[in-house]
Design a protein around this ligand. Structure first.
Ligand SMILES: Nc1ncnc2c1ncn2[C@@H]1O[C@H](COP(=O)(O)OP(=O)(O)OP(=O)(O)O)[C@@H](O)[C@H]1O
Length: 614
């Protein structure tokens, strides 16, 4: 064993160029972010100076010069500057930031930077970073020169500079486009459009003011409603979408606010959420996906916040309690605005709901209060057409709804012809919403309709008819017994529908078990077989045959008894297909044999042999 006295301590060595490769390949989305990091540092330096003198007004100046082959950039701020000690402590130590205490995750800060790595992003576009700086705390002006191999030099300047910092970058070969005037201008605008102090850009030939006007409603989103054209134009500029409507957002403490622009087209639930977020006036992300509740996928937001913590890549925010609170409150602001619209601007709400029913429905299933305030405007497919619930309620009858689209398809024709109001609950969230409404508002008379309930609207055949067709009904029952299906001869509308298949819950379970058994073998199949036995006695389905239908009428009154078993089997299989029920092996075989039989009858008729053999 090595004794403690013999142990030697070493320091980790950092391979800076390796780290830069990691950062540029995995942390930063593009070399463009060097502009963001420089602008952020300048902003933080101005904020730090403002802490000492709140009346101080900051400014940032960017200059592009050098030759076409090797352009250079200089960014100058009149912020707090750095002393020689600051340089050694912060500029030259990777991962050390002057902007935060050691326990940075729990500390609130008025600065954007916090990780002490942002400046390294400049090495993506330059092989040298030169910093000239004069601290507000006095001391000589300093020059620091850092290289990507991890070496740096530091020297005192002979002359005294104005308080602030100038950073110089010389472009690496092949990165010239990141130093082009238009590119730098658009990057500065992209990140710095909302900065509260002037940012300007100059080259030998051109100059530009980056953030000429800062909208008034940025600090007071409630003002946005009275400046609609301006706010919509801002949305167009920010997100290149032709928005028509928006909802201003603020949280209770006022530290986060923004504009939720309503997307002018429908989107599906899986659409990528991407909101633009400004942190302390600087754009940090244009693809933040965790700042609003999931249901709010019908809005694209511009958010500004002073309180959230960005991740090191700046592309998203830490999932902490603060973010959860902010997300909840921003969601609440949208919900509140929609509820207010339901009271005072129903047409506006209706328009939004038509475009974004999926999102609104998702919210309605989550939130009973919201559901209560907007349910009248929810639109459903029904046997009376596509109508808002308030129209359907006016009909003054029970609102039946099916649980699935298949159930609806199966009974819609019949229900329609009998003026029965049935809603298709098969769309995403619809059955869930109707069930919630049923429990929340018993007065609305909403009922779940099982396919077997539809027979309530059928007319029984007369006693005479029953006697007349007794033999045929028995034969039909016997034929379909092997499918555990019973026959009901009734009259219903529309008369074009010859038959209708319905089944009980047990029968539905049994059908699923049978199908599962067919596609499994061995042990699994015998387990399923045992379960199946439990349902066999109670699992009956019903095939309603419609005596109003001329073909059924003929089947019962005119046909040769020999042909009937095949006809009933095919009618049964046809009704299954119409109801979109998967068929088992026995049923498919019956259908095949039936079709063959019909073909052979057809041929016999053609050749004059009659059509009554089997
Ligand atoms: N323009 C500037 N004025 C004054 N100090 C600066 C300036 N730019 C950089 N610094 C100093 O250099 C340090 C390192 O900067 P860097 O951008 O690497 O990290 P950061 O801004 O602290 O954190 P982050 O990595 O989150 O951006 C800063 O903490 C700050 O002390």
């Amino acid at each position: 064993m090595i004794s403690v006295e013999n142990q030697q301590q070493f320091r980790f060595q950092v391979n800076l160029s390796g780290m830069i490769t990691i950062l540029s390949n995995h942390l930063y989305s593009s070399p463009k972010v060097y502009v963001r990091e420089l602008l952020q540092n300048a902003t933080d330096a101005i904020t730090a100076r403002k802490h000492l003198d709140p009346t101080y007004s900051g400014q940032v100046f960017v200059e592009l010069s050098g030759s076409k082959e090797q352009p250079t950039m200089m960014i100058e701020d009149n912020g707090i500057g750095l002393t020689e000690a600051d340089i050694h402590q912060f500029l030259a130590v990777i991962g050390h930031s002057s902007k935060i205490d050691s326990d940075f995750l729990s500390t609130e800060t008025s600065f954007i930077g916090r990780f002490g790595i942002g400046l390294l992003s400049c090495f993506m576009v330059s092989n040298e970073i030169v910093v000239l700086t004069q601290s507000i705390h006095g001391g000589p002006s300093m020059k620091w020169c850092g290289k990507p191999d991890g070496t740096y030099t530091i020297q005192q300047l002979d002359s005294q500079l104005a308080i602030g910092t100038k950073i110089f970058l010389r472009c690496k070969p092949d990165f010239e486009k990141y130093f082009a005037f238009e590119e730098v201008k658009s990057l500065l605008q992209y990140y710095g459009i909302l900065l509260p102090y002037p940012v300007s850009l100059r080259s030998q030939q051109q100059q530009a003011i980056i953030n000429a006007e800062r909208p008034l409603w940025i600090n007071q989103p409630e003002l946005a409603n009275s400046r609609k054209p301006e706010v919509l134009a801002f949305g167009q500029q920010m997100m290149a979408e032709n928005f028509k409507d928006f909802i201003p957002l603020t949280t209770q403490n006022g530290s986060t606010g923004g504009i939720a622009y309503i997307l002018p087209y429908s989107v599906n639930l899986n659409v990528k959420r991407s909101h633009k977020v400004f942190l302390k006036h600087m754009l940090v992300s244009d693809s933040a996906d965790n700042i609003l509740p999931d249901w709010a996928f019908f809005v694209k937001c511009v958010i500004w916040t002073d309180e959230l913590q960005p991740t090191a890549s700046r592309e998203n925010f830490y999932e902490d309690e603060k973010l959860q609170l902010v997300r909840g409150e921003l969601g609440e602001a949208i919900r509140h605005a929609l509820t207010q619209m339901s009271l005072y601007e129903p047409a506006r709400l209706q328009h939004i709901m038509e475009l974004h029913s999926l999102s609104i429905n998702a919210l309605a299933t989550e939130d009973p209060k919201f559901l209560a305030s907007i349910y009248q405007w929810l639109t459903f497919e029904s046997t009376y057409g596509n109508l808002a619930l308030q129209e359907l309620i006016k009909e003054d009858q029970t609102l039946y709804y099916t649980n699935t689209a298949d159930e609806y398809k199966q009974i819609a024709n019949v229900a329609q012809a009998q003026s029965l109001l049935v809603i298709n609950g098969g769309y995403v969230y619809h059955a869930e919403i109707l069930e919630k409404l049923r429990l929340q508002f018993p007065k609305l008379r909403i009922e779940r309709l099982e396919p077997e309930d539809i027979s309530l609207a059928f007319t029984n055949i007369s006693l005479d008819e029953r006697n007349k067709y007794y033999q045929v009904i028995r034969l039909a029952d016997n034929t379909l017994q092997r499918f555990r299906c019973q026959i009901q001869l009734q009259r219903f509308l529309p008369s074009e529908v010859p038959s209708l298949f319905t089944h009980t819950k047990d029968s539905s379970t049994l059908r699923q078990l049978e199908n599962a058994k067919e596609s499994n073998s061995g042990l699994m199949s015998s387990i399923l077989g045992n379960i199946e036995k439990k349902f066999q006695d109670s699992a009956y389905s019903t095939l309603y045959l419609n005596l109003n239908n001329p073909m059924i009428e003929q089947v019962f009154s005119k046909l040769n008894m020999n042909m009937l078993p095949t006809i009933f089997e095919v009618l049964y299989c046809n009704a299954l297909m119409m109801g979109h029920y998967p068929m088992n092996r026995q049923e498919i075989t019956a259908l095949n044999q039936g079709i063959m039989q019909f073909i052979s009858w057809g041929i016999s008729l053609e050749t004059g042999n009659g059509g009554n053999s089997n």
